[in-house]
Design a protein around this ligand. Structure first.
Ligand SMILES: [Zn+2]
Length: 82
């Protein structure tokens, strides 16, 4: 009796061994990040259903300096002269 009809969900989570992974560390030296969301309002003219809707983007930011992972590092302002 064959039972090979199981379908894999596209949202299936893969288990990986993080011991072989490289940890992301913030430029400030912190290795702890906090999960957060950015919320966007999609205007009705750009919305697929013609109505204004909210979209969200999941982000992680540094627990210590609040730098968002993936965002460019803020340019440090240097005082010229002095
Ligand atoms: Zn940081």
């Amino acid at each position: 009796m064959k039972n090979n009809n199981q379908k894999f969900s596209p949202t299936q989570n893969y288990q990986v061994d993080i011991r072989n992974a490289k940890q992301t560390v913030c430029p400030c030296g912190s290795g702890l990040f906090v999960q957060a969301f950015r919320i966007y309002t999609v205007p009705a003219m750009l919305s697929p259903n013609g109505q204004e809707l909210l979209a969200h983007q999941q982000i992680f930011y540094c627990k210590e300096c609040n730098l968002v992972v993936g965002d460019p590092e803020p340019v440090k302002q240097e005082v010229i002269g002095g």
